[in-house]
Write a protein that binds this ligand. Structure first.
Ligand code: SAH
Length: 463
C-alpha cells in the first residue's frame, strides 16, 4: 500500500488552493463541503469561484502565489497549470510540514485525493494510488449504483440507537447478529423507500421485544422487472432481487431477469399464461402473506410496472390487511419499453398529444372500452394483452371513426433479442398478426406516431 487512507477533519481549518481554473474550483468545492475555511490565490478566477467569493464562502487573494500565502495554513492544494510552480509550492509546503496535494502529480505532494461517494455520514473513498484517476471514477460510478442513495439516512438513524441497542443486546455476538439483520432488513428497506416513520416505529418495536433474539420481520417487495431487457431494471429492483429469500415470478418476467435473483433464493414460478394460471390470483396473494409471516423477505417480481395491468394493487391489498410491511418498486412498463425500442415516440408535438394505455384482454368478444374516445385523432393507443382480440379492436375503432389507414405496429417480445416489429394499418392488424403468427407478449401501438418508426428505429437485434 503506497498511501495510507485517512479521513481528515477540516471544519474551520484554513486551507489554501492555488489556482483559479476548473480544477481549483472543484477542489475548493470539496474543501468547502468538509467545512474548511478556504483561501484561493490566483491572479484570475473562473466564474464559479467568483460566485463563491461574492457570497463570502471563500477568501480570495487576487495575486500571484508567494510563499507568504502558506502562513497559518494547514493544508495546501496546488492546482495551477504551471507544473514547475506546483512543484515549488509543494516543496515550500513540505518544509513547513503542511499537508500538500499537487493535482496531476501525486509524487510531488504529501497526499492525494480519492474519488468520493458521498452518502454523508457514510463516505466511500476510492484511490488507485495515482495510477489512473479515470479508473477510480469508473469504479465509483459502479459503486454509486449499488449503494442506495439514502444510505446516509440509515447511518444517521442507527447512530441514534447505538446505545439502546448495546443495552438491549449486551452479548457481543447477539448484538452483531442484530446489527446485520437491521442493516439488511425491513428497517433499512423502509428508509430507502421513503417510509421513515414506519422504519422508526419498527425499530423501536424490535427493541422492545422480550425474547433474546429479535424475530425477523418478514416483508414483501412488489417489484417491476421491466419489459425484458435486464439493463432496464432499476437499481432498487436489482438490489432487492439480490437480497430476497424467496422470489415469486410469472411467465412475463424474462429468464435473463430471473437469472439476476440471488443464487440461493427460493424461486417460485406462479405461471399466468392467458387463461391458464398456474396459481390462481387469490392463492398468490395468500402465499405472499404466508411467506412474509414466516419472517422471509419475499420478492414478488412482475413484468413491466406492477401498477400497470399488473394486478399489483390486488396483491398488496391483502398484505396491508395483514399488517405486513411492503413496498412497491416501479418498472419500465412495456408500452414505454416496446415503443422506445421500436423507434416509436408515444407522443409527438405534431401527431399525438396524449397516449392511452388500454387492455385488449377482451372477454367473450364483448368489451366495455370507451370506443368513441379511443377513436379520437391526435392520440396514441398502447394496447396491452391485445393479441387475441385484434379483429374486435380493429373493427370497433374503425366503426367509431378512426381512419382505416391509421398506422399501427405490433411489437412482439419488445426490448429483448427476440424483438419483432410488424407495421400495419389499423384495418390490417388482424391480417398482419396472422401472417406473422404473432404471439404474446406483444404490444399494439396505434396512431400517427407509428409512421415515425421508419426513420427512428434504432434497435435491431440479430435475426
Ligand atoms: N405490468 C406489465 C403489463 C402486464 S400485462 C407492464 O407494465 O408492462 C401483459 C401484457 O404486457 C402482455 O400481454 C403484452 O401486451 C405486454 N408486454 C409485456 N412484456 C412485453 C414485451 N416484452 N413485449 C411486448 N409486450 C409486452
Amino acid at each position: 500500500m503506497t498511501y495510507f487512507p485517512i479521513f481528515l477533519k477540516l471544519q474551520d481549518k484554513h486551507c489554501l488552493v492555488v489556482g483559479g481554473g476548473p480544477v481549483a474550483a472543484r477542489k475548493t468545492q470539496q474543501l468547502l463541503a468538509a467545512g474548511a475555511k478556504v483561501v484561493v490565490v490566483a491572479p484570475e478566477i473562473e466564474s464559479s469561484l467568483m460566485k463563491l467569493k461574492e457570497s463570502k464562502q471563500i477568501h480570495y487573494l487576487e495575486q500571484l502565489y508567494d510563499e507568504s500565502c502558506l502562513q497559518n495554513m494547514e493544508l495546501v492544494i496546488a492546482a495551477t497549470d504551471d507544473m514547475q510552480l506546483n512543484d515549488d509550492i509543494a516543496k515550500q509546503a513540505k518544509l513547513k510540514n503542511l499537508l500538500v496535494n499537487v493535482v496531476d502529480n501525486p509524487e510531488s505532494g504529501t497526499f492525494i485525493t480519492p474519488s468520493v461517494i458521498d452518502r454523508s455520514p457514510v463516505i466511500v473513498a476510492i484511490s488507485t494510488s495515482g495510477a489512473s484517476p479515470v479508473l477510480a471514477r469508473l469504479l465509483r460510478a459502479r459503486l454509486e449504483s449499488l449503494i442506495p442513495s439514502s444510505y446516509g439516512k440509515l447511518a444517521t438513524l442507527i447512530a441514534r440507537f447505538r446505545d439502546k441497542i448495546k443495552h438491549r443486546f449486551p452479548d457481543m455476538k447477539e448484538r452483531r447478529q442484530y446489527w446485520e439483520q437491521l442493516l439488511q432488513g425491513p428497517v433499512a428497506e423502509m428508509l430507502y423507500a421513503g417510509q421513515d416513520k414506519n422504519a422508526l416505529t419498527l425499530l423501536e418495536k424490535q427493541l422492545e421485544q422480550e425474547s433474546d433474539l429479535v424475530k425477523p420481520t418478514g416483508e414483501v417487495y412488489l417489484v417491476g422487472g421491466g419489459p425484458g431487457d435486464p439493463d432496464l431494471l432499476t437499481f432498487r429492483a436489482l438490489r432487492l432481487m439480490q437480497q430476497a429469500d424467496v422470489v415469486l415470478y410469472d411467465r412475463l418476467v424474462a429468464p435473463a431477469i430471473v437469472e439476476l435473483v440471488r443464487k440461493d433464493a427460493e424461486r417460485i414460478y406462479v405461471g399466468k399464461a392467458r387463461n391458464k394460471h398456474t396459481l390462481p390470483q387469490d392463492k398468490i396473494n395468500q402465499l405472499l402473506v404466508d411467506l412474509a409471516k414466516q419472517g422471509k423477505r419475499v420478492l414478488r417480481l412482475k413484468g413491466g410496472d406492477p401498477f400497470i395491468f399488473g394486478r399489483g394493487g390486488e396483491e398488496i391489498d391483502l398484505l396491508s390487511e395483514n399488517n405486513i410491511p411492503f413496498h412497491v418498486v416501479p418498472g419500465i412498463t412495456s408500452a414505454s419499453g416496446c415503443a422506445t425500442y421500436a423507434g416509436i415516440p408515444l407522443t409527438h408535438r405534431d401527431y399525438a398529444q396524449s397516449c392511452t394505455f388500454i387492455t385488449g384482454h377482451l372477454k367473450d368478444g364483448s368489451t366495455n372500452l370507451n370506443w368513441p374516445a379511443l377513436a379520437q385523432p391526435q392520440q396514441t393507443l398502447a394496447v396491452y394483452m391485445g393479441t387475441h382480440g385484434l379483429d374486435i379492436l380493429s373493427r370497433e375503432l374503425i366503426k367509431h371513426g378512426l381512419p382505416e389507414s391509421t398506422p399501427a405496429a405490433i411489437v412482439q417480445q419488445g426490448t429483448t433479442s427476440e424483438q419483432r416489429v410488424y407495421l400495419s394499418t389499423v384495418k390490417d392488424l388482424p391480417e398482419i398478426s396472422n401472417q406473422h403468427d404473432v404471439k404474446p407478449p406483444s404490444m399494439i401501438i396505434i396512431g400517427e406516431v407509428v409512421s415515425l418508426q421508419e426513420k427512428l428505429a434504432w434497435f435491431s437485434p440479430p435475426r
